[in-house]
Design a protein around this ligand. Structure first.
Ligand SMILES: [Zn+2]
Ligand SMILES: [Zn+2]
Length: 255
């Protein structure tokens, strides 16, 4: 399994894009602005998008992908997997003919180029030997993380979350965990804001990460632009026993 980071920032600038990871050549985990780092040919390879939650920084590229790939997707739709509540939000607030055309009903009402497929937390979708499992987390809207297993290796991503037990409990039931992406959107001086917005900051992450029994490589994502060094210094100071690094645009992990 290959995991390529297309975007992993909490915001945008010329060097930063929001959350999107390409798994092998055909699966996206979230579709934030990082999707723009793909060539048109690479975009054509995407068959499935697994969405963590409905916030714009994680879905921004879905409507634009549907338009860009319209001819390629006619007759073989791009499948978007998400919680039922996330699907409802996409349908009501994005694909509503006001913000964007309803690509689930174009070019044909019964055969759109986008297929929104509801998935329950705890469910597993199997795609060519890869098992993608949805895990509930604790965010401002209903949100999930994912665990992807293939060839005896496991990769997990927290999505957007603050303190919770469920994500860590589920990962502890795995035989092994080879790579973890977890968010820390804010620095500790924004602890109150992190709690209000249901994100981690280093102090909150330091309470939760030790729940994990797997001493795996940990990559921090969703850092607020301009605060990266501060957040990473605080993560490393609060979690000295852990192999922690900042997740960066363009990183590629081969598991
Ligand atoms: Zn969010
Ligand atoms: Zn976010």
């Amino acid at each position: 399994m290959k995991v390529r980071v297309l975007g992993c920032s909490g915001g945008i600038n010329q060097n930063a894009a929001t959350t999107s990871f390409l798994v092998d050549d055909d699966i996206l985990i979230d579709a934030g602005t990082g999707v723009c780092n793909l060539s048109l040919e690479e975009m054509r390879g995407i068959k499935h998008i697994f969405v963590t939650h409905s916030h714009l920084d994680h879905i921004a590229s879905i409507p634009l992908l549907a338009d860009t790939l319209f001819d390629d997707l006619t007759g073989q739709p791009l499948i978007v997997h998400a919680l039922p509540e996330t699907i409802e939000a996409l349908q009501a607030h994005i694909f509503n003919w006001v913000i964007w055309p309803d690509f689930t009903a174009l070019p044909d009402r019964d055969a759109g180029v986008l297929k929104l497929e509801a998935m329950e937390a705890g469910a597993v979708v199997e795609l060519s030997g890869r098992q993608i499992e949805m895990i509930r987390v604790n965010h401002a809207v209903l949100g999930v993380g994912y665990c992807i297993r293939a060839n005896g290796k496991a990769f997990a991503f927290s999505g957007d979350t603050t303190s919770n037990d469920n994500f860590w409990d589920r990962l502890n039931k795995l035989d092994s965990l080879d790579l973890l992406f977890v968010e820390s959107a804010f620095a500790d001086r924004d602890l109150a804001l992190a709690k209000l917005a249901f994100h981690y900051c280093p102090a909150l992450l330091a309470q939760d990460l030790p729940k994990l029994k797997h001493k795996t490589k940990v990559c921090i994502s969703h850092l607020k632009p301009g605060c990266e060094q501060e957040i990473m210094a605080q993560c490393k100071a609060a979690l000295p026993d852990w192999d922690i690094q900042q997740l960066k645009n363009g990183d590629v992990f081969q598991l």
